[in-house]
Design a protein around this ligand. Sequence first.
Ligand code: NAD
Length: 355
Amino acid sequence: MREFVHEAQPMRVVLRPGAATTATPDEAQRLGLRRVLVVSGTRGADTAQAVADSLGAACAGLHTGARMHVPVEVADRAVEVARDAGADGCVAVGGGSAIGLGKAIALRTGLPLIAVPSTYSGSEATPVWGLTEHGAKRTGRDPSVLPRSIVYDPELTLSLPVPLSVTSGVNAIAHGVEALYAPDASPLTGLMAEEGVRAMAAALSQVAAGPRDVDARGRALYGAWLCGSCLGATTMGLHHKLCHVLGGTFGLPHAETHTVVLPYALAYNAPAVPGALAALGRALDADDVPRAMWNLAGGLGAPRSLAELGLKESDLTTAAAQAASQSYPNPRPVTEDGALTVLRAAYEGEPLSTP
Ligand code: NAD
């Protein structure tokens, strides 16, 4: 018998082509919303406008002020806009940054949130919020920021360039990988993680071959949902901690950093997680999982080294010290030397060999 605790997240999920404008009004209506504020970044403003138009009289306004990592002044302004508009709900359209802004509004106002994701970051499936102040990112968990509905529309992601699709997809895979060895994993998160990694890995190759393949885009969103749900349900380890340090302290780009670090972090943990490796081996149809991960992303043209992302060699020791000094669950103890070994290999982007 395997003992476990699993807490199901209360949310509805709709996935179909065209859903951004056909399902969002229905989701708002189901929640009894009559004055919804739509938020997005400037790049996603056209799509957000289309969603706002589809809401008709139930739309109280469009705010296109989302920025990366949700600076606190950006959140303050959005909360003010929501209050001035008399909003009774919020729809966030875009990637993790737009959804992060929607969560900041929900956190401060208690307004229900509907997420319409346009990347594979997975933020839409978690009760985790983040805010950046004075260059430092604070994160926390609060059930009020978990979107009540997710509306996945593969057509929204057709414009996501292949390089961003690949790195965003591997960002999702990273959630599934670490969920497989999380201390609070359950049989259900295990199933979701394995299927999520399988779906995303297969979809990414199809998306790279045909970026306008709606079916492949839908499979990628399906994988993003499963992997994002794992992120929301479990506690992440060394890989996510390293990426948090590299993004927070050294300003490295989010999805690209996840893509470069994942094979090396997994290689470090591999000796301690035979069950996770077996699940990933099935998902990727591979014997050497870290190597298969390295081949997948690099083969689709993703960056392979932290040096390419702009990290300086002299930053490695500081990053390793920061990652080792914080407490988080990881299947293998994380020493400063251990973190440095992972970071140095990722810095150089060296090929991984079978242990
Ligand atoms: P993002 O939202 O900043 O989007 C990345 C880039 O892609 C942006 O330039 C954006 O304009 C563009 N873009 C988005 N959708 C597009 C589309 N369909 N077509 C063309 N371009 C498009 O980044 P992200 O990778 O989606 O999310 C990263 C952020 O989300 C980080 O701040 C991260 O910390 C956060 N995040 C939070 C959670 C959570 O659970 N709270 C989970 C994952 C990520």
